[in-house]
Design a protein around this ligand. Structure first.
Ligand SMILES: Nc1ncnc2c1ncn2[C@@H]1O[C@H](COP(=O)(O)OP(=O)(O)OP(=O)(O)O)[C@@H](O)[C@H]1O
Ligand SMILES: [Mg+2]
Length: 270
């Protein structure tokens, strides 16, 4: 694994609720830990706390079963309680910066899971990304969150609010430390059926990537194994250690996760 000189910040974000941010976060996080990476996690979705709850479930599983599964350090950054908006935003920015600073020296990666809505916490989180991963479901409803598309020609008409927000945060990032962001849109919950829709969404994402400045990767298929282990805080990458073997579908799922990490340049194939 390539270990960077300072913690590399992976932000998983999309304003679209339920597109698979937390699921993607869990799989990237546990895969990197299993590769021997020192990884910390920050949950910016203090209302749902999906990633934090997953990690609490994992901690409880470890305690119950006495298995030394790799476990990341993690923090939840809450929305500010201050009433005055500029002060609240400054308070949130300070607390995100403190969480990142606290983890940065001791970790190779910091993974940040964002809420599925346009909040100040999410915007500030995006401004720290070295790698921004945006899962979209294979649907024009999700593509609409990236850009408006002509219904007849499937041509891209204009970038959406989220794409404009990412552009703004990239500028903030460049102004802060001259770093650029690798923005990767991944197609989550790809179905093995529905070939026509899959192709059409694929065409539009292809056209969009040049216009909006991301690259896109296949991501994860729709599979039960990507959701059924939540309550025990596990992923399929843990199953060797827990003694459960993998069936063929699960082995294929593991390949998808591996391909995703390779595509994101988080691991190398050796
Ligand atoms: N590849 C997948 N295969 C099967 N189920 C999936 C997959 N990806 C996500 N899901 C399921 O879809 C739902 C939404 O996923 P998830 O919570 O990861 O999305 P999210 O973007 O974090 O949502 P929110 O915007 O509410 O934070 C969950 O029930 C999850 O288990
Ligand atoms: Mg989530």
């Amino acid at each position: 694994m390539d270990v960077p000189a300072r913690a590399r910040i992976i932000v998983v974000g999309n304003e679209k609720g339920g597109s698979g941010k937390s699921t993607t976060s869990m799989h990237i996080l546990i895969s990197l830990l299993r590769e021997g990476g020192r990884v910390a996690a920050i949950d910016l979705d203090a209302k749902q706390r999906t990633l934090a709850r997953y990690l609490e479930n994992r901690q409880a599983f470890i305690a119950r079963n006495g298995l030394p599964l790799p476990m990341p350090e993690f923090a939840v950054v809450e929305e500010s309680g201050l009433l005055h908006r500029p002060e609240a935003e400054a308070d949130e920015a300070t607390r995100i910066a403190a969480a990142i600073d606290g983890f940065s020296a001791r970790h190779d990666f910091i993974l940040i899971d964002c809420p599925g809505s346009d909040t100040n916490l999410s915007r500030v989180g995006h401004s720290y990304a070295d790698l921004l991963v945006t899962p979209v479901n294979d649907s024009f409803i999700d593509v609409d969150l990236l850009a408006s598309v002509d219904p007849d020609t499937l041509k891209v008409l204009k970038p959406s609010r989220y794409a404009v927000m990412v552009w703004e945060q990239r500028k903030q990032r460049f102004a802060r430390d001259r770093q650029t962001v690798d923005w990767v849109v991944i197609r989550n919950r790809l179905s093995h059926l529905d070939a026509r829709n899959k192709r059409n969404v694929g065409h539009v994402l292809e056209a969009l990537q040049k216009r909006i400045g991301f690259r896109f990767l296949p991501g994860l298929s729709e599979r039960v194994i990507f959701r059924e282990l939540f309550l025990s805080g596990l992923t399929l990458m843990d199953l060797d250690q827990t003694g459960s073997g993998l069936n063929m579908a699960q082995a294929a799922a593991r390949q998808e996760v591996r391909a995703l990490l390779l595509g994101l340049n988080l691991v190398t194939d050796d």
